[in-house]
Design a protein around this ligand. Structure first.
Ligand SMILES: O=C(O)CCC(=O)C(=O)O
Ligand SMILES: [Fe+2]
Length: 287
């Protein structure tokens, strides 16, 4: 057997999620290299590529190794421009992009969709200095489930949660700004998903809960129980020990698995410009 030379290698980050990718991500990669990335994605859930000049086209290409690009439906708005270009630009400057001034509480992207995302690739074009805030953190929800109090676990086994869609039913006002952000005044149907789901590639069980889950199916007559469970999960899932916190440098690219992680973004000083380019990867119906 001839040894194959790999251009890419991956080392785990000393945190509950994350692997750092080494090597030139802009070069032509072999199938073996891409396989290395996919394997690390499955095992570490978040891939970190530091300070490389990834163009929009390359970002699209990188994301496509993980799955087809997510295309929003017209009748279920999501964060992104109204014309929904292939690459969404997130920025705190309205003339550049959408949705990126406020701190973002822990979430899994678009959990309110019938088929929420598999993941996303986010590339930092311009970021504030680390001292000005704006770190993004990802948590390990497999680990959270393993450490969940067994009594609480028993209460949520088989229970479905309903995610809120901030872009429908209420209009503007959530701090997700930008002239092109699409909102619709009407509510969209609920698409509940299990709070404990199966990872479709590894078969592992994971919590699937974020701050956007605001109702539980079957608790219509048990408001207090519902509030207790939601409150307990909110507090439990958001503990620092589940997170990897990323300090951005311009040129960083992060690809994450949206099915077994949450992420959140810290507040940052608005006198600095922040511009991120994002490609989202389509997912399947959770089970
Ligand atoms: O701006 C960030 O750091 C994270 C934004 C985010 O939540 C996302 O792109 O899904
Ligand atoms: Fe997000």
């Amino acid at each position: 057997m001839t040894a194959t030379t790999r251009a890419i290698s991956v080392t785990p980050i000393d945190a509950p999620v994350g692997a750092e990718v080494h090597g030139d991500i802009t070069a032509e990669l072999s199938g073996g290299d891409i396989w290395t990335l996919l394997e690390a994605f499955r095992e570490r859930h978040v891939l970190v590529i530091k300070e490389q000049p990834v163009t929009d086209n390359r970002l699209l290409e990188i994301a496509s190794w993980f799955g087809p690009q997510f295309v929003p439906q017209d009748d279920i708005p999501v964060l992104g421009t109204d014309d929904q270009g292939a690459v969404t630009i997130l920025s705190n400057r309205d003339e550049l992009g959408v949705g990126s001034r406020v701190p973002l509480p822990m979430h899994s992207d678009f959990q309110f969709l019938p088929q929420p995302l598999k993941g996303a690739a986010l590339h930092a074009v311009t970021v504030p200095p680390v001292s000005a805030g704006g770190n993004t953190s990802w948590s390990n929800l497999h680990m959270a489930l393993e450490e969940l109090d067994p009594k609480l676990r028993a209460r949520i086994e088989g229970v479905e949660g309903i995610g809120i869609n901030p872009y429908a039913g209420g209009g503007k006002g959530h701090g997700f700004t930008g002239d092109n952000q699409k909102y619709i005044p009407q509510a969209v149907p609920d698409f509940p998903h299990r709070l404990i789901r199966t990872h479709p590639e590894t078969g592992r069980q994971t919590l699937y809960f974020s701050l956007f889950i605001h109702k539980l199916v079957g608790f219509e007559d048990r408001a207090q129980d519902e509030a207790d469970i939601l409150g307990a999960l909110r507090e439990f899932c958001d503990q620092d020990r589940f997170y990897y916190e990323h300090e951005w440098s311009a040129g960083d690219t992060i690809i994450w698995d949206n099915r077994c992680t949450n992420h959140k973004r810290a507040a940052f000083d608005q006198s600095f410009e922040r511009e991120m380019h994002r490609v989202q990867i389509a997912g399947t119906k959770p089970f």
